[in-house]
Design a protein around this ligand. Structure first.
Ligand SMILES: *Cc1c(COP(=O)(O)O)cnc(C)c1O
Length: 527
């Protein structure tokens, strides 16, 4: 089925007689939406502007001669275009979003309300500091909560995502080594690590030494020891790790790392599982980013910005980038320039032009303060409970990757239960779309075959978890009962079916070309 612009739209049933095509390409009230360039005309506009006053061109004959071909839409057309697109977007506000490692939790509207308070929303980073004491105080309060929760000495607020935070923390480590007159060349990264860990190390010129996973999914302290020497700058480790397991030997690992003069970088993206329960500083971690957009809510993914503040131990605090906050008797002072730093501070530079994501600071602090100490701890406990509930209820029909250990906030399955069914992890995920669920994280971490990583978070009700579980049970049983077509054809009910994702990534089509006009009048040749 093609739409009026000649692009494929609705799925076609395998049997042509059952084809559910419609004239418009719409199905019931689910409306097919073309690209904005394909609707409207060049003449239409949503605004009335007075004709420009005559100008003398100073472009020396380089003025554009042809129309720019911007899409021309009336105001209602514009409104409909974006509202229709927004209805095609899956969101945490629509349903359960079990993407493991991403912590897709409910974003309380209170946070949004706070972020829109004009004193926070309408300020400019170049405004004199004397006019924004409230914003500085908020940043100081957020820093206080982050340091308190992690047991660390300092925080660099400005990094704009987890990966950016990793870069910041590793740059602080590099600066600390340089101050000791050392250049080390290696960084240890477990096999199960998020791809950003080795990427960060490589970007800073380190060679990445991989640590194999133990059969139980955790990192073996002996394997770490074997790879440690005076040329290792740091280890980068996630705890709980990306298999959803708590690394019990982390203290021993930290001691071994410190014994050769290296630093311990903790990837804090999974902090949701342990906030209020464990302080990373007590485990021996020297630097750790916190994904405010994961642990402390805030829409992310397609829907919003990130913020990845980095907490630093006292060994690294002096190397925190500018700008940073200095606590003085009269309150916090924002140190922005190298000339304003105290004698013992050696900032390695700066990560961002300004101060970071102010709107996210407000949301995160609003989340923290509304939960309070006990509420944050309960959020972590409930997140772990939800994951273990999902695991317990699915263990007989899906293959739990590491059944011998309790899960933390996410549960990892592998594809053994699909062996011999002809259904792959990808097919299984696509069938979840037909059932109205966003798939879980697939094929990550790489340490198990056909990985499916489910993170339900604390914000799902029991009823919501039960429906999710029942759906996965139904799918697992359908696969083992030989209903292969249900999976191979999936998604059958989505606006688009299987896309060639590899081709889309490898050779993206970035330039729009006008489609051939398609006539709805009887073709002349037919007469
Ligand atoms: C999400 C995540 C990151 C990267 O964070 P971004 O904010 O997406 O850059 C790093 N490590 C782990 C384990 C993650 O889950």
């Amino acid at each position: 089925m093609m739409n009026q612009n000649g692009r494929p739209t609705r799925p076609e049933a395998a049997n042509a007689a059952e084809t559910v095509g419609t004239f418009t390409g719409n199905a019931a009230l689910d409306i097919e939406e073309p690209l904005i360039f394909e609707v409207g005309t060049n003449e239409a506009t949503g605004v009335d502007l007075p004709d420009p006053a005559p100008v003398t061109s100073r472009l020396g004959g380089h003025a554009r001669k042809t129309a720019v071909n911007l899409p021309g839409l009336t105001e209602p057309e514009t409104m409909r275009h974006y509202v229709r697109l927004s209805r095609q977007n899956y969101a945490i506000d629509l349903g359960l979003y079990p993407l493991g490692s991403c912590t897709m939790k409910h974003n309380p509207r209170l946070n949004e309300k706070m972020a829109r308070v004009p004193g926070f929303a309408d300020i400019h980073p170049l405004q004199p500091l004397a006019t924004v004491p409230g914003a500085i105080e908020l940043m100081a309060e957020l820093s206080h909560w982050l340091m308190e929760m992690t047991g660390m000495a300092a925080v660099a607020l400005s990094p704009k995502a987890g990966a950016h935070g990793e870069l910041c923390g590793m740059m602080a480590i590099k600066a600390a080594l340089k101050a000791r007159g050392e250049t080390r060349s290696k960084v240890l990264v477990p096999e199960s690590a998020h791809g950003t860990n080795p990427a960060t190390a490589a970007l800073l010129g380190y060679s990445v030494v991989s640590i194999p996973a133990r059969a139980d999914g955790t990192v073996d302290v002996e394997a770490v020891r074997e790879r440690l020497d005076e040329d290792v700058a740091a280890i980068m480790l996630t705890n709980p790790n990306t298999c959803g397991l708590f690394e019990r030997d982390i203290v021993e690992m930290a001691e071994a790392v410190h014994a050769v003069g290296a630093y311990f970088y903790g990837d804090g993206a999974n902090f949701n599982a342990i906030m209020g329960k464990v302080r990373p500083g007590d485990l021996g971690i020297d630097a750790m980013h916190i994904n405010l957009h994961k642990t402390f809510s805030t829409p992310h993914g397609g829907g919003g910005p990130g913020a990845g503040p980095v907490v630093l131990s006292d060994k690294l605090a002096a190397y925190a980038p500018l700008p940073y906050l200095r606590m003085e008797a009269g309150g916090a002072v924002l140190v922005e320039h190298p000339s304003d730093t105290e004698a013992e501070a050696h900032p390695f530079g700066r990560m961002t032009a300004f101060h970071g994501q102010m709107g996210m600071y407000v949301r995160a602090l609003s989340y923290m303060m509304s939960h309070g100490e006990d509420g944050l701890r309960q959020a972590a406990e409930d997140a772990v409970l939800s994951a273990n509930y999902v695991k317990a209820r699915l263990a007989d029909v899906m293959t739990v990757a590491y059944p011998e250990r309790p899960s933390m906030h996410e549960v990892l399955f592998k594809d053994d239960f699909l062996d011999g069914t002809g259904v792959s992890t990808l097919d299984f995920a696509k069938a979840m779309i037909d059932e109205g669920f966003h798939p879980m994280t697939m094929y990550f971490p790489l340490v198990v075959h056909g990985a499916m990583l489910v993170e339900p978070t604390e914000s799902e009700s029991r009823a919501s978890l039960d429906l999710f579980i029942a759906t996965l049970r139904d799918l697992a049983m359908a696969a083992s009962n030989g209903q292969v077509e249900r999976f191979k054809q999936a998604p059958q009910h989505a606006p688009r079916r299987r896309l060639d994702e590899t081709r889309a990534a490898r050779s993206p089509s970035l330039r729009w070309t006008p489609p051939e006009p398609r006539s709805i009048e009887p073709a002349e040749a037919a007469e």
